[in-house]
Design a protein around this ligand. Structure first.
Ligand code: NAI
Length: 407
């Protein structure tokens, strides 16, 4: 690469991306280094195929996970956090959280420390992949999951603890009686966090030409948390997106939604799980609080054939961390058989995020071509005779080869 690398910056609410941005990466543990190596090869080749020598990524490696702990650095060194803060956009493979008391999950810590409040999971079907449903090809959904609060806020008290007893007595003053020996968890959902996740989802929907946004909630049961999520979400749409989005309850009786602009509706979470199976073609961008968003993301991925081809991103104000959605798969690590698809697509999503959409699209197109031609990694080949099985490296080479032919 020629020319100096520079950090991306954040100016007037926009990411400013130089032609040679520094992008930190965490290769990860288990299969992480294998799938990362494959993805990096694909990302670099896509950038070169799209922009020649005009643009290139200046990668820097950051330590995290087991690999970092083994070097005596602790699972998430401060320098790693600082580098992501500084360079703004980063990508990571799966990391192992060392087992034992006191170790918080690296992903949870990264999300919290960097205030990455939106977990984004686009899920679509790729022809050539076995799916458990009859018409997987109609599935093309993006899940925005709130990342910072809800029952994941970590406010929990063990049954019988001093804290639990104090809360029990407070509740009893308010006229509520808990069954004896109750563990207690608190479910905070705030207006601020709701507004920013809905705003992020709407901005994504607008910039990606999506038509519908659905707020998924259990507001019929949990009125002041999940129900408030719906109310605050609609309020945000009315206040900030008038003319660009319309809220379904505001449409006149019997009126068709407008041709342009985003139609924002809502669905109770349990009905949404039915819709995923029965009416997936009507779903587009979904936005949900943390717990329901967690379930929804994996249910969506399962419908198109598993986590192997679902990319992920965690977005914050002027910061973004892209990551594969599977774990470290210790059972297959080091054997060059892991599917690098999720990591490759996370890279494509990162390129799209920084505005390098041509390179991003090139990766998706090439991956489509490779899978369609029946070239797959062993996880996608189980029980099939009609496929040609490739190892991790060969799969990445096939993807790169597919965009060479497309030029
Ligand atoms: P896992 O996703 O690592 O593995 C579940 C199953 O899927 C295994 O049979 C594995 O071989 C297979 N698998 C996963 N990714 C694959 C790929 N790319 N290609 C082919 N097969 C693949 O989940 P598990 O076993 O629950 O977790 C293992 C470790 O990963 C744990 O230490 C966990 O903490 C960590 N983990 C890390 C995540 C992250 O960093 N984002 C996410 C989930 C788990």
């Amino acid at each position: 690469m020629t020319g100096d690398t520079e950090s991306m910056t954040w100016k007037d609410g926009r990411l400013v991306v130089p032609d040679r941005p520094v992008v930190p990466f965490i290769a990860g543990d288990g299969i992480g280094p294998e799938v990362w190596r494959a993805a990096r090869e694909v990302i670099d080749a896509a950038v070169e195929a799209s922009y020649g020598r005009e643009r290139a990524i200046g990668w820097i490696e950051l330590a995290a996970g087991e690999a970092a702990a083994a070097r005596g650095l602790g699972p998430l060194p401060d320098e790693t956090l600082e580098a992501i803060r500084l360079h703004r956009v980063a990508i990571k493979g799966p990391t192992m959280t060392p087992v034992g008391r006191g170790h918080r999950s690296i992903n949870v810590t990264l999300r919290r420390e960097l205030d990455l409040y939106a977990n984004v999971r686009p899920v679509r079907y790729f022809e050539g992949v076995v799916s458990p449903v009859k018409n997987p090809e109609v599935f093309d959904v993006v899940v925005f999951r709130e990342n910072t609060e809800d029952v994941y806020a970590g406010i929990e008290f063990a049954a019988g603890s001093e804290e639990a007893r104090r809360i029990e007595s407070l509740l009893s003053e308010m006229g509520f009686t808990l069954p004896e020996s109750s563990g207690i968890g608190i479910k905070p959902i705030s207006r601020g966090a709701t507004r920013r996740i809905v705003r992020a989802a709407l901005e994504y929907a607008i910039s990606h030409g999506r038509r519908r946004l659905t707020l998924v909630h259990k507001g019929n049961i949990m009125k002041y948390t999940e129900g408030a999520f719906l109310e605050w979400g609609y309020e945000l749409v009315r206040e900030e997106f008038a003319g660009r989005a319309v809220v379904v309850p505001d449409l006149p009786e019997g009126a068709e939604p407008p041709e342009d602009g985003i139609v924002v509706g809502d669905r109770i979470a349990d009905a949404m799980f039915q819709d995923l199976l029965l009416r997936p073609q009507q779903l587009d961008v979904l936005v949900a609080p943390n717990l329901n968003g967690d379930y929804l993301s994996d249910a969506c991925a399962a419908q198109v054939g598993g986590l192997g081809l679902a990319p992920g991103a965690n977005l914050g104000e002027g910061r973004a961390l892209f990551e594969s959605t599977h774990g470290t798969a210790p059972d297959i690590a080091g054997r060059n058989i892991a599917n690098p698809g999720s990591m490759i697509l996370s890279g494509s999503m990162m390129l799209d995020h920084i505005g390098w959409s041509e390179a991003s699209r090139r990766i998706v197109g090439a991956l489509e071509a490779v899978l369609r031609s029946g070239r797959v990694t062993p996880d996608l080949a189980a029980g099939r005779r009609d496929v040609h099985v490739l190892g991790t490296d060969a799969f990445a080479a096939a993807v790169v080869g597919a965009f060479a032919r497309r030029q």
